[in-house]
Design a protein around this ligand. Structure first.
Ligand code: GUN
Ligand code: ZN
Length: 432
């Protein structure tokens, strides 16, 4: 039994940062055929209807059918402390984040927050999360079990910290290595799930722990490795004092084997020329977290410079440092931050970042993040007139991009009309 989704469709044949908005494929009367969890065809509504008369029709009218959003950096354990007032990075971690993450010693709490996070992110059209857990192995189990129950593609790892964190929220070099390996063997490649080796950032890992995780990654090189890099100036000064022999922040990872083509570095705002050159040379990815960067006061990411230079760049909420679960709101913040650097990001580039770009950063561009035959059927259906303010502006539009941009800038979960994950329709009101 196949499903045929009708509406406007948006897909990408290339990277807008390299080839411009022409990389996008917009079909005003489009259709997506879904069969056995995958996208079987993308084309014009009339011809796909004729070719597949037995398919069940889901007519979304003028709504936009897109790949589901891919959030390439989130902290699911921080869901309940989103929008905590008045601190910058290090104080914010000590005041709000670490006390909350301590609560994940309780597996029941970890399960409840994992469920809540997926309910909130699915309601925002996000079908894949790449998350940090806490130091507790049970938090990783909770996250993956919740993802598996919903049939989602998801990635996560145990956050490793053995210093500069409170008692009760520290592991050791050995236990971080051993627990990560046990979890990796339990979850990596099970269904749609992937394990990510996750040292939080170099201030909270001793050289011994970074070395142990570098050794683990060398044994499992097809895993991703995620961490934070050059987010705030105070943090960078702290890293310099903790690792006086390192050439720069990136070198605190590189010297311990934590730099490679499957590495993902969150933030990467204040990069030195050597760091940029080295990230490009090895083919690592960086993840832009714009609502977090303005909320915590971190700085202005150089999107045009890095993405046009060929670096793989993903887009993410970084919730709870980020102030929203919505990738629409995240695109808007990316646009605003780029404007402050004198860069105008085209709507095609913003949408690409939230779908294909993030999937490519996660090395999953052959499976998720786009509408194309053979891709997994993770789909978001977006209402382009979801509020009166958006509708009246879209009504004036003389092009598709002009009609889409008000939803990028002003849209939220009210714009998410339907979500499909692994070829199945998600019940967005599951918790009500
Ligand atoms: N750097 C280290 N840990 C974190 C975190 O939890 N959030 C953010 N935004 N930055 C970090
Ligand atoms: Zn983060």
């Amino acid at each position: 039994m196949a499903d045929l989704l009708l509406g406007q469709t948006l897909a990408f044949a290339g990277d807008p940062f390299q080839v411009g908005p022409e990389a996008a494929r917009h079909e005003p009367q489009g259709a997506v055929l879904v069969r056995d969890g995958q996208i079987a065809a993308v084309g014009q509504a009339d011809s796909l209807r004729k070719a597949h008369p037995a398919a069940q029709i889901h007519d979304y009218g003028r709504a936009l059918i897109s790949a589901g959003f891919v959030d390439a950096h989130i902290h699911f354990p921080q869901t309940a402390i989103i929008a905590s007032w008045g601190k910058r990075l290090i104080d914010w971690l000590n005041t709000y984040t670490f006390p909350e993450e301590m609560r994940f010693a309780d597996p029941a709490y970890a399960r409840a927050i994992a469920e809540r996070t997926f309910d909130l992110t699915l309601a925002n059209g996000t079908t894949t999360l790449c998350s940090y857990a806490t130091i507790h192995p049970g938090s990783v189990d909770a996250f993956f079990a919740a993802a598996e129950a919903r049939g989602l593609r998801a990635l996560a790892g145990k956050t490793c910290m053995d210093r500069n964190a409170p008692e009760g929220l520290r592991d050791t070099a050995q236990s971080a290595h051993d627990d990560s390996r046990t979890l990796l063997e339990r979850w990596h490649g099970r269904g749609r799930l992937s394990y990510v080796i996750t040292p939080r950032f170099s201030p909270t890992s001793s050289p011994e722990q970074l070395e142990a995780l570098g050794a683990l990654w060398a044994r499992y090189p097809d895993c991703l490795m995620q961490t934070h890099l050059s987010e705030q100036l105070d943090e960078i000064a702290w890293v310099r004092s903790l690792f006086p022999e390192a050439r720069d922040y990136l070198d605190t990872y590189e010297r311990f084997g934590l730099l490679g083509p499957n590495a993902l570095y969150g933030h990467a705002i204040h990069l030195e020329p050597r760091e940029k050159a080295r990230l490009s040379e090895v083919g690592a990815a960086v993840v832009h977290c714009p609502t977090s960067n303005s909320f915590i006061g971190s700085g202005l990411f150089d999107m045009a410079g890095l993405a046009s230079g060929g670096l793989r760049v993903g887009l993410a909420t970084d919730t709870g440092g980020g102030s929203s679960f919505s990738m629409l709101r995240t695109m808007a913040a990316a646009y605003e931050i780029a404007q402050l650097r004198g860069q105008a990001l085209h709507p095609a580039a913003l949408w690409w970042l939230a779908t294909c770009g993030s999937a490519r950063a996660l090395r999953l561009a052959d499976r998720i993040g786009n509408l194309a035959p053979g891709m997994e059927a993770d789909i978001a259906v977006i209402d382009l007139a979801s509020t009166p303010a958006i509708a009246q502006r879209a009504d004036r539009a003389e092009s598709f991009w002009e009609a889409l941009f008000p939803t990028i800038m002003m849209g939220d979960d009210r714009a998410i009309r339907a979500v499909w994950a692994g070829g199945r329709r998600v019940n967005l009101r599951a918790t009500e």
